[in-house]
Every structure is written in structure tokens, then in C-alpha cells.
Write a protein that binds this ligand. Structure first.
Ligand code: FAD
Length: 400
């Protein structure tokens, strides 16, 4: 029995069925894989080009994370999609892997085809509201149909991010009712908010940037990528990536254009060049104007004529511009969930609960979240396969 039919749940169902078990999968939504359908800006960033445990966070043991993550090597995951499911992937310059078709629906349809061919019974539009222990197994109560008995249950209900896709936290309630503690959850890969209207005036502008987060002076995270101004604050891949570290007491600084843009040298360009021109050559015009205004430097000032205090103020705005952050947009727009089922409470090899034998976990429910770039799907696929296969094999073994 699998609860939740998205990235982790569909993999769990396929691999439990491939192991020979009879599998029923319940999914609240009428259409499975809602989050795959909206992923990667509508293009589905299915996998990263490379992976290391350092691309993930957990409050638990890094060793456990590593053992689970590397149990299905990235090349094999890629081959599963390309060769077994027939979805060719392409690698973009950022290193991210997308379907050549750039159609998330191709991924969902291929997963559904494979699960159907393996005999998975998919019950969509059905929400599981209760799971009780019964003898050596479970009784699962879904909405709309009678209770179902199962020897094993894989919970793959996702976290709390983007709840309109179906992941509304019921899975955590089900796990709690079965004796599990949950590491406190919080939104990650989430846009940051700011009430400073002067930045909001730049909404819609996108620019390359290096963003650094400092906590009590120490650098805790640094990422480079695309930065986007919004009406509510700041977004874009680079902002989402640092969001888990950007709590209200942290300092968030930006090096506009990316850390390799040598602003101090550019501001010393010899000749009759104005600073306005230097900035506009590398940055969107309105951002350049805003930074000059913040530094109190007239755009027409020639680089050679910059006063010492002006030069210092402008360099600070360009390489360590402090952003006023109030908070974040929350689960409503977050791409993932921090916290969840502690890794210490599951067996590494089977993802079976140490508290409720027979219950397995997969995907975003677990206390692991990845950076932007296909890492969260990879985690969902690796854990879905691991939990599904173990549940399937153990259900068969119990049947003799
Ligand atoms: C806008 C957006 C874009 C993203 N883009 C990417 C990307 O390009 N690449 C990437 O790697 N990651 C991306 N992610 C993250 C990725 O989508 C998730 O990490 C991944 O989908 C988690 O898989 P999951 O199966 O664990 O959970 P989910 O995909 O959330 O699936 C859980 C499923 O369980 C169902 N469910 C919940 N409760 C119940 C219940 N009680 N009974 C029955 N069913 C239930 C839900 O309806 C849902 O279908 C994105 C996320 C968002 C929000």
C-alpha cells in the first residue's frame, strides 16, 4: 500500500510491484503527480547533473543521508528515466537535467504507464485519513471507499510546500498517530519578503548575483545564480537556494553581477567613462540607478573623479549590498519543506520505521531537503525506490 502518488509515491509503487507485491496506491488529487506537473518553471528539472551529500540538509546524521542518497547512483536513476521509461534528458549549461521535450506531463505519463504495466492499482481522488495497526499489518481508511488491509504501508505524502498540489501535512498527522515525532517543519526554497518599497519598484528585473548569508558575522551560505526582484521582495533560484539560512536575524548581502564581476577594478577604468555607464554595462539600468542613488553618487561622475567616500559607498552597494529581509512567503509558494520524519527513526536500508514496523517513508516527508536544481526529485526517486522495494520484498516474504 502506498499513500501519495507523486515523485516518491509512484516510484515506491513501481518498485514494490516490480518486487512482486500487490500494490494499491492512494492519491488525494484526481490527477497524480501534481508537483511534477508544475516543476522547474513548467519544464521539469528532473535531475541534477551531479550530486553530492553536500547538496542536501538534514538535522539528522549526515552519514545516514549519504548512505540513502548514494544507494541509487545518479547515472542509474538517469538510465531508469531515459532507457526504461523512454524519456530522453538534456543537460543545460547550469548542469541541470530536463526532459528533451521540456514537458513535465511526459514524466508523469511515463511513470503512470510503468505503474499500470506493473499492475499497480491507483485510486485517485481518495485521501487516506486514518491508518491503524491490525495484527501484523495495517487497516487504511481512505475517503470515499471502504477500509483496506495492508501488510505494509509506504507513506509518501510529501511535506507542506505548495499545499494546493495535495501535500497539506496529513501525512505528518498519520505518522504522529502511529507514534512518530516530527522534526519541526519550515518552508525552504522560498522567496524572501521585504517591506522596503524602494526595492519593490524594481519588480520583474532579473540579474545574475552572488548572495551571501551571514549569521553573527560568520558566512553561513553563499550561492551564485539568477536573482529576481518581486513586488513582495526577492526571488529567483539564487534567493530560493539561500532562503533556508536567511532567518530574520541573518544578514543577506548581494554581489551584483556575480562574485566574478570585479567592481573595484571596473570603477578604476581609466578614461572619460562615467560610473553610470560602467554600472549600466553590467547591470539592468534601473538597478544601476538605484544602487547609485543608495551610494549617493551622481551617474555622470567620471570613474577617475570618484571621491574616496563615494568609491567606498559604491563598492559596498555593488559587492555587499545588504537586503532588508522581513521573512519569507511561507509554504504557499515554497518548493520544499525543511524538517520532517527524523532519519534516526527509519532503517537506512529499507526506510522502515523503527517505531512502527511495517511502515515505510519516502520523499519530502523525511527530514532532508535539497538545493535547487533537481536535487529534491532525486531524493524523492531514490527514497521512493528504496522504500517501495523493501516493502514489496518484505510483504512477499511474509506471505511465504
Ligand atoms: C513550484 C515547484 C516547483 C518545483 N520544481 C522542482 C524541480 O524542477 N526539480 C526538483 O527536483 N524539485 C522541484 N520541486 C520540489 C519537488 O516537487 C518535491 O520535492 C517533490 O515533488 C517531492 O515528492 P514527494 O512525492 O515526496 O511529495 P509530493 O510531490 O508533494 O507528493 C505527495 C503526494 O501525496 C498526496 N497526498 C498527500 N496526503 C495524502 C493523503 N492523506 N492521502 C492520499 N494522498 C495524499 C498529494 O496529493 C501528493 O500528490 C518543486 C516544487 C514546487 C512546489
Amino acid at each position: 500500500m502506498v499513500v501519495g502518488a507523486s515523485a516518491a509515491g509512484l516510484l515506491a509503487a513501481i518498485f514494490a510491484a516490480r518486487a512482486g507485491a500487490r500494490v494499491v496506491a492512494f492519491e488525494t488529487r484526481a490527477k497524480p503527480g501534481a508537483k511534477i506537473r508544475v516543476s522547474g518553471g513548467g519544464r521539469c528539472n528532473l535531475l541534477p547533473g551531479e550530486v553530492s551529500p553536500a547538496d542536501y540538509h538534514t538535522s539528522g546524521s549526515p552519514r545516514r543521508l549519504r548512505n540513502i542518497l548514494l544507494s541509487w547512483p545518479l547515472e542509474e536513476v538517469r538510465a531508469f528515466f531515459e532507457v526504461e521509461l523512454g524519456i530522453p534528458l538534456k543537460r543545460e549549461p547550469t548542469g541541470k537535467l530536463f526532459p528533451v521535450s521540456e514537458r513535465p506531463l511526459d514524466v508523469v505519463e511515463a511513470l503512470l504507464r510503468e505503474s499500470e504495466q506493473r499492475g499497480v492499482e491507483l485510486r485517485t481522488g481518495t485521501r487516506v485519513t486514518e491508518i491503524d495497526r491490525r495484527n501484523a499489518g495495517f487497516v487504511v481508511a481512505p475517503t470515499g471507499t471502504g477500509a483496506v488491509e495492508a501488510q505494509r504501508v509506504v507513506l509518501a505524502t510529501g511535506g507542506l510546500s505548495l499545499p494546493k498540489t495535495g501535500s497539506d501535512g496529513t501525512g505528518f498527522a498519520l505518522a504522529r498517530a502511529l507514534g512518530h515525532d516530527i522534526v519541526p517543519t519550515f518552508p525552504v526554497l522560498v522567496p524572501l519578503t521585504s517591506s522596503d518599497a524602494t526595492w519593490a519598484a524594481l519588480a520583474g528585473i532579473s540579474v545574475a548575483a552572488t548572495v551571501r548569508v551571514r549569521d553573527e558575522g560568520a558566512l553561513v551560505m553563499e550561492r551564485t545564480g539568477s536573482f529576481l526582484f518581486t513586488h513582495r521582495g526577492f526571488s529567483g533560484p539564487v534567493v530560493l537556494d539561500v532562503s533556508r539560512a536567511a532567518h530574520p536575524r541573518a544578514v543577506v548581502e548581494v554581489h551584483w553581477g556575480g562574485a566574478e564581476t570585479p567592481w573595484p577594478d571596473l570603477l578604476r577604468t581609466p578614461g572619460p567613462l562615467s560610473v553610470g555607464r560602467v554600472l549600466r554595462d553590467a547591470l539592468p539600468r534601473r538597478l544601476a540607478e538605484r544602487l547609485l542613488a543608495r551610494a549617493g553618487v551622481p551617474a555622470e561622475r567620471r570613474t577617475a573623479e570618484l571621491r574616496r567616500a563615494e568609491r567606498r559607498a559604491l563598492e559596498t552597494e555593488l559587492v555587499a549590498c545588504r537586503l532588508p529581509i522581513d521573512g519569507n512567503e511561507g509554504y504557499r509558494t515554497a518548493e520544499a519543506t525543511g524538517g520532517g520524519i527524523p532519519l534516526a527513526d527509519v532503517q537506512t536500508k529499507s526506510l522502515e520505521s523503527r517505531i512502527t514496523p511495517g511502515l515505510h517513508f519516502a520523499g519530502e516527508m523525511l527530514d532532508v531537503d535539497g538545493r535547487i536544481g533537481g536535487y529534491n526529485f532525486l531524493w524523492a526517486f531514490v527514497t521512493g525506490r528504496r522504500a517501495g522495494r523493501a516493502a514489496g520484498l518484505r510483504a512477499l516474504a511474509a506471505n511465504g
